[in-house]
Design a protein around this ligand. Structure first.
Ligand SMILES: *[C@@H]1O[C@H](CO)[C@@H](O)[C@H](O)[C@H]1NC(C)=O
Ligand SMILES: *[C@@H]1O[C@H](CO)[C@@H](O)[C@H](O)[C@H]1NC(C)=O
Ligand SMILES: *[C@@H]1O[C@H](CO)[C@@H](O)[C@H](O)[C@H]1NC(C)=O
Length: 177
């Protein structure tokens, strides 16, 4: 009786474990980044105005399904277009979204390419409270440069991901000036 029960409970345990693993995989689909790290989302110090959030983003390679979390006090955040980012002239569609408050806002990076965010306070945006990130396609998708070839230089082939992201970040930083 006990001998027969053991395999069954092991099966149950295996089922529970399989479920737990699939839940973990679902939860771990993307990485969540807190914008600005411990500094959060705020008007950067004037001397770092041009670089503050560009430097933060330059250290991260963002992929589709990753998310960026903005933590702020008496402020706001909105997703803007490229012009809204560079010219700080895009206003929130409704006054409520622009109202300064304490909050946490999460945006899922759901498409590859550039994504832009800014404080809905145009003065804050002009003082450097804006973020541009370059989002790469799903990390699970095969990358063209990772394809095995007859003389693939795997170790040499890896850096372009980083360099490309860095080049974009630098280009965006230069665009500030
Ligand atoms: C980014 O990485 C560089 C080099 O590792 C480091 O010096 C810098 O503090 C990092 N910046 C941020 C904002 O994390
Ligand atoms: C909150 O922000 C608004 C607009 O930027 C400002 O007028 C107000 O003084 C701020 N309030 C506090 C408590 O900092
Ligand atoms: C912001 O300014 C740019 C450049 O002048 C312009 O192309 C764009 O239409 C403006 N956007 C808004 C919402 O005013």
């Amino acid at each position: 009786m006990t001998a027969a029960a053991t395999p069954r409970s092991l099966l149950a345990l295996a089922a529970v474990l399989a479920l737990a693993v699939s839940c973990l995989q679902a939860a771990a689909k993307g990485t969540r980044y807190t914008v600005g790290g411990a500094d959060g989302w705020r008007v950067p110090p004037p001397e770092d105005k041009e670089r503050f959030y560009a430097d933060w983003a330059a250290n991260i390679t963002f992929y589709v399904d990753d998310s960026v979390e903005f933590v702020y006090r008496n402020d706001s955040v909105m997703k803007v277009g490229k012009a809204g980012y560079y010219h700080c002239n895009e206003t929130a569609p409704d006054a409520d979204a622009a109202a300064p408050r304490d909050g946490t806002t999460l945006f899922v990076l759901d498409a590859p390419g550039a994504a832009y965010f800014a404080s809905a306070d145009l003065a804050h945006c002009n003082m450097g409270q804006r973020l541009a990130v370059d989002v790469l396609a799903d990390r699970a998708a095969p990358e063209p440069w990772a394809a095995p070839g007859p003389s693939a230089h795997h170790s040499a082939a890896a850096p372009p991901t980083y360099s490309a992201a860095r080049a974009v970040a630098l280009a965006l930083a230069v665009g500030f000036v």
